[in-house]
Design a protein around this ligand. Structure first.
Ligand SMILES: O=P(O)(O)OC[C@H]1O[C@H](OP(=O)(O)OP(=O)(O)O)[C@H](O)[C@@H]1O
Ligand SMILES: O=c1cc[nH]c(=O)[nH]1
Ligand SMILES: [Mg+2]
Length: 209
């Protein structure tokens, strides 16, 4: 499985701000969005371009155009919504498909509660976005659903990933390509990433754990 840990100094600086427990939801959301843009920039480096003829002030010219209608952005609710605007900065025309998954904090199994994919999703490249990859149960369930709907390529962007989750994702969907700002140390006994960020959804939405 392709795994890229993005070491850009701005990503590392901003991730450090998120790691501070005192960072309040407003700043947390802003910085999550900024990192999402930087990770999306890396993850889209190999998107194909179509040669398109245009008229410039100095005459005709062939330029490269990225056809965003061949992509779909897929935030995993809820925390993935915090990532979405930062990715849309770069891909404003890509249609959005949504999947709602909530991890049962006792069993750590994901429970699906909502799914609405763009109708012609088959054959698209999906950009899966979620701040946290812990056990990978949620990401695997999302990719299962995307492939069942005909998606042919999945690029996934996670703010923080656990080694355990990356191994589990590779075992189930080795063709996934992953970009992450950090591969952290491990999961704790409750399935939380150490050092991680705590509960990303709660920190984005200002809800109690
Ligand atoms: O890799 P996993 O072990 O499945 O854990 C990661 C998932 O947990 C969090 O969501 P959560 O279930 O807390 O829902 P929320 O986004 O609504 O807070 C996170 O945003 C991921 O979706
Ligand atoms: O560390 C973790 C694990 C799952 N979900 C989170 O929000 N944080
Ligand atoms: Mg979730």
């Amino acid at each position: 499985m392709k795994i890229v840990e993005v070491h850009h100094p701005l990503v590392r600086h901003k991730l450090g701000l998120l790691r501070e427990a005192s960072t309040a939801p407003a700043l947390f959301r802003q910085v999550v969005g900024e990192i999402a843009t930087l990770l999306a920039y890396e993850a889209t480096a190999d998107l194909p371009l179509d040669d398109t003829g245009i008229e410039t002030w100095a005459g005709p010219l062939t330029v490269g155009r990225c056809d965003q209608s061949r992509i779909t952005l897929v935030p995993i609710l809820r925390a993935g919504l915090g990532f979405l605007p930062g990715v849309q900065v770069l891909l404003p025309s890509a249609p959005v498909s949504v999947i709602g998954l909530r991890r049962d904090e006792r069993t750590l199994q994901p429970h699906a509660y909502y799914q609405r994919f763009v109708e012609d999703i088959a054959g698209r490249t999906a950009l899966l976005i979620d701040p946290m990859l812990a056990t990978a149960g949620s990401a695997i369930a999302a990719i299962d659903a995307l492939k069942a709907a005909g998606v042919t390529r999945v690029k996934a962007i996670f703010l923080v990933s656990a080694p355990e989750g990356l191994r589990a994702l590779e075992a189930r969907h080795p063709d996934t390509e992953v970009w992450t700002a950090a591969i952290d140390e491990r999961l704790n006994d409750h399935g939380y990433i150490l050092p991680g960020l705590g509960d990303a959804g709660d920190r984005i939405f200002g809800t109690p754990a």
